[in-house]
Design a protein around this ligand. Structure first.
Ligand SMILES: [Zn+2]
Length: 72
């Protein structure tokens, strides 16, 4: 057991909720970062699948910077 919480304690309950939120956020972010997304290449207009971040268009070799706005 990594954490111990006393659910009858208000401050522990808050800590539990905060830690839970942090865990969920970390797993959502890693799922987003490992995914591929359909985007329209800004250089050639082709619809291509690219991962988040900087990558090269498979059609024109131009750079695509896919910035995902993750607001959690
Ligand atoms: Zn392109």
């Amino acid at each position: 057991m990594k954490h111990k919480y006393n659910m009858s304690s208000k401050s522990d309950m808050r800590r539990f909720q905060r830690d839970l939120k942090k865990d969920i956020k970390a797993s959502v972010v890693s799922a987003i970062e490992s995914g591929l997304y359909d985007v329209t290449c800004p250089n050639c207009g082709a619809v291509v699948k690219v991962p988040a971040g900087k990558s090269k268009c498979p059609s024109c070799r131009g750079e695509i910077n896919l910035e995902l706005d993750v607001d959690l």
